[in-house]
Write a protein that binds this ligand. Sequence first.
Ligand code: FMN
Length: 176
Amino acid sequence: MKIGVIVSSTRPQRIGPKVAEWVVSNAPEGVEAELVDLAEVDLPFLADPEPPAKGAYSEPTTIAWAETVSSYDALIMTVPEYNASFPATLKNAIDTLYAEWRDKPIGTVSYGWGGGARSAGQLVAVLEHLKAAPVEGPKLTFTEHLTPEGQILEAADEAELEALYAELGAKVPATV
Ligand SMILES: Cc1cc2nc3c(=O)[nH]c(=O)nc-3n(C[C@H](O)[C@H](O)[C@H](O)COP(=O)(O)O)c2cc1C
């Protein structure tokens, strides 16, 4: 199983890559987890002339992003909480595609002062609208599970992450 672990924050000084590294480094045996950084994907805001639901992608950035998403059996989206929601960069990355999200198992790992619960909740609602298969995973709270600088603390529950990987694995259609 190949899983893309998305870093959804793109601001300078972000801690997103540290959270995503924690997710990648706890991947169970048999799972190939790769970091996918939206700062590197660097999508423009909805640059395609046709609406994504038509599936007539023409911008090279959209085509490449569609190929990236399709190349993974499942995804884990790491999401901070920005003003009670998830980052606009991630909303744009989701809105840029359409069919690629259908039935895709997608886990969330949120972080913030309240574990990023509102961020994860809103993300799951958007993914459900797109008929993806979302699974809420660990919610990391500042000072309890990680420092505001992104250092993961001992209370961060690796078992919860294991459970998330297992649940995603169960949703990936068998290929044999
Ligand atoms: C624009 C902005 C809005 C934020 N709003 C919230 C919020 O509503 N709730 C919260 O818990 N933290 C909030 N924070 C704090 C972020 O959770 C914290 O800065 C976190 O490190 C952001 O993730 P990043 O470093 O990967 O960008 C906000 C941070 C920014 C930059």
